[in-house]
Design a protein around this ligand. Structure first.
Ligand SMILES: CC(=O)[C@@H](O)[C@H](O)COP(=O)(O)O
Ligand SMILES: NCC(=O)COP(=O)(O)O
Length: 242
């Protein structure tokens, strides 16, 4: 079965709603690791809407499993990665106006640029994963640019409205995984996976790591709310004052 990379971006989303210091994604990473996370994933977006540079720098020092830095393939981000040296980098497409990552990277359409970026990072000892749709041309191009991994975008599978379309998207992922492995790539997957839809993807043969964030942070808010309210009642009674 694949390992679990916990994406903690949306802990930072809550913090950035007030531009304050809580909740701290660095603390969240420690708790995720204590609970069994096999890796920590953060997406340093160009607009810094959630994760900040400070978070990535501190996480580099505190993460005990492995740190996966998701980022756009821009010169600014490459410089940051070369400086911070995460355990691996996942290159993702970014559009500033998007609510979340909408599709996979077009590697086939920018082989020269991607070859350059992948080589720059991997020559510095940072393995590169490419976040792509499970599409034949994109998988072939990912092997061509010599990335070590691909991360198959599971968004279409996760958003399928009925069982037949979900099954069809699952087959696309299975075929993509098989093809990527046959091309010498290691295979991760993620985006939009939930407690209810993860198992069929986890069961795909050869799948190495699943990166999952939004559903875990959403659940954490709900399963933690009762205790948080109880503790505020205690604080009002002075139990938290020194
Ligand atoms: C690349 C990807 O699928 C996730 O990292 C996702 O982008 C999380 O960040 P956002 O929710 O800001 O899109
Ligand atoms: N690359 C996918 C990821 O890190 C988490 O995506 P999501 O579970 O927040 O949709």
């Amino acid at each position: 079965m694949p390992t679990l990379g916990v994406n903690i971006d949306h802990v930072a989303t809550i913090r950035q709603a007030r531009r304050t210091v809580e909740p701290d994604p660095v603390a969240a990473a420690v708790l995720a690791e204590l609970a069994g996370a096999d890796g920590i994933t953060v997406h340093l977006r160009e607009d810094r809407r959630h994760i900040q540079d400070r978070d990535v720098r501190l996480l580099r020092q505190t993460v005990r499993t492995h740190l996966n830095l998701e980022m756009a393939a821009t010169d600014e981000m490459v410089a940051i990665a070369l400086d911070i040296k995460p355990d691996y980098v996942t290159l993702v497409p970014e559009r500033r106006e998007e609510v979340t990552t909408e599709g996979g990277l077009d590697i086939a359409g920018q082989v020269d640029r991607m070859t350059l970026v992948v080589d720059k990072l991997q020559s510095a000892g940072i393995p590169v994963s490419l976040f792509i749709d499970a599409d034949e041309a994109q998988i072939a191009a990912s092997a061509k640019v010599k990335a070590k991994f691909v991360e198959l975008h599971t968004g279409k599978y996760a958003e399928a409205h009925d069982e037949a379309s979900r099954q069809k998207e699952l087959e696309v992922l299975e075929k993509g995984c098989e093809m990527a492995l046959a091309s010498g790539l290691r295979v991760n997957a993620g985006h939009g996976l939930t407690y209810w839809n993860v198992y069929p993807v986890a069961a795909i043969k050869g799948m190495e790591e699943l990166n999952i964030g939004h559903t875990i942070i959403s659940r954490a808010v709900l399963v933690g709310l009762e205790r948080a309210v109880r503790e505020m009642k205690e604080a009002i009674l002075g139990h938290w004052s020194s």
